[in-house]
Write a protein that binds this ligand. Structure first.
Ligand code: 6GU
Length: 257
């Protein structure tokens, strides 16, 4: 049984709110917003600067290329985001800074984050943000992978989508199957097929049209195990597989020749 909150307020600190707000327009996250399970808002650091040109960046101390986001506008925006979310939830916020220097996001971190009802996501631009903001105001630093994006917004959108999917009622029956795959037991998903039955000389695996639900379930499990072994072996720690799983995997590998 899941023990987390029934809804989450997520406030994103960003100079590109139109980009982040797109998640409330479409798909699973859009429905979550419509159903008030996800309360998404954005706060723009440009609305928290005294600069007449609304600049929020400046040159780095010590020199070098690129610009750094200044502390005061970010701090003002974070305070505003905390206030907005506090009014919505009454809960204390978890403040997350998205950056390639953070701990890498995976399913277990997604589950942990989905335990909070008040998240503030800070999306940086330029070369980064003044370190003193991180020191004083950020609880956790999170990366979505070992590559560099031009800003934290896409990473924030990844976090929003992944967290929203964990909230009760967000996934309809149509989507639930997708959740079983990775979340279930740390194996990759099996292959999927739909009509037409033959496409460019390739036919659907016979078992899937057999009507034998047990055989179909066995085949899907076998495909999931086999693909995980071939593509992401580290996900299958030895002790984790049941005797039946081991038998299915061995049969899959034998059939590969
Ligand atoms: Cl969270 N932010 C940026 N700017 N780049 C990234 C990232 C985050 N995660 C991977 N690359």
């Amino acid at each position: 049984m899941r023990s987390g909150p029934d809804s989450v307020a997520i406030a994103v600190v960003t100079i590109f709110p139109q980009l982040v707000n797109a998640v409330s327009e479409v798909g699973v996250t859009g429905r979550a917003v419509d159903n008030s399970v996800l309360k998404l808002s954005c706060v723009n650091p440009r609305d928290h600067t005294s600069d007449p040109n609304r600049r929020v960046d400046d040159r780095p101390y010590g020199g070098g290329p690129g610009m750094v986001m200044q502390a005061p506008p970010l701090a003002g925006a974070i305070a505003e985001a905390e206030k907005v979310n506090g009014q919505v939830t009454g809960a204390a916020p978890l403040v997350i800074y998205l950056s390639p220097q953070g701990e890498k996001l995976d399913h277990s971190l997604v589950l942990e984050l989905s335990g909070y009802s008040n998240l503030v996501l800070v999306a940086g631009r330029y070369e980064g943000v003044d370190e003193r903001v991180i020191e004083a105001l950020v609880d956790r630093e999170v990366s979505i992978g070992d590559y560099v994006l031009s800003g934290g917004e896409l990473a924030a959108m990844v976090v929003i989508d992944a967290v929203a999917r964990q909230l009760p009622g967000v996934l309809g029956h149509g989507d639930s199957a997708a959740q079983d795959s990775f979340a279930g037991q740390g194996v990759l998903d099996c292959p999927h097929y739909t009509r037409p039955e033959t496409y460019q000389d390739m036919s659907v695996p016979e078992v899937l049209t057999s009507g034998d639900h047990q055989a179909i379930a066995r085949w899907r499990r076998q495909q999931a195990l086999g693909r995980t072994w071939q593509r992401r072996r580290e996900l299958l720690e030895e002790g984790g597989l049941s005797k039946e799983d081991k038998r299915l995997l061995q049969q899959y590998l034998d059939a590969q020749n």
